[in-house]
Write a protein that binds this ligand. Structure first.
Ligand code: HEC
Length: 124
């Protein structure tokens, strides 16, 4: 009986951990941030441009480099290469980092949300 109770408790703890798994304890869900802040304009699917370019495999890619998307001159001329660092700065203040960008987004003020959404677009 004691053993059964122990296992029962274990299963409950495991179920609890699994329920919380998508966001983790106290962590921000990158997918949720993406769906709330980015999805209206962006897809992470390859080749799927909307208002904004596809964000498929964006890390390591030079800014403004998808040939099927019509970027602003400002972004193409920015010389940026997307990394966790450049994305963090751009997402915090798009117009501040690339003056004249066509990305009409005021910026994501919360650093934890930026880190989470960058991790999500790096491996959706
Ligand atoms: C209102 C529409 C809109 C929203 C919301 C938006 N974007 Fe954009 N985004 C754009 C457009 C348009 C561009 C192209 C900008 C240009 O050409 O200057 C862009 C460009 C980008 C780029 C550069 C891609 C490349 O190929 O160089 C990244 C990265 C990006 N957005 C990430 C995000 C993320 C992450 C979010 C959410 C936190 C977001 N965007 C929210 C419209 C949007």
């Amino acid at each position: 009986m004691v053993r059964l109770l122990r296992w029962g408790g274990c299963a409950l703890a495991l179920a609890g951990a699994l329920t919380m798994a998508p966001a983790g304890a106290g962590e921000v869900s990158g997918r949720a941030v993406f769906e709330r802040e980015c999805q209206a304009c962006h897809s992470v699917a390859r080749g799927r441009n909307h208002v904004g370019p596809s964000l498929f495999a964006v890390i390591g890619r030079p800014a403004g480099s998808i040939s099927s998307f019509s970027y602003s001159l400002a972004l193409r001329a920015s010389g940026l290469v997307w990394s966790a660092v450049t994305l963090d700065a751009f997402l915090a203040d798009p117009q501040g980092v690339v003056a004249g960008t066509a990305m009409r987004f005021p910026g994501l003020g919360d650093a934890a949300e930026r880190a989470a959404v960058i991790a999500y677009i790096a491996s959706p």
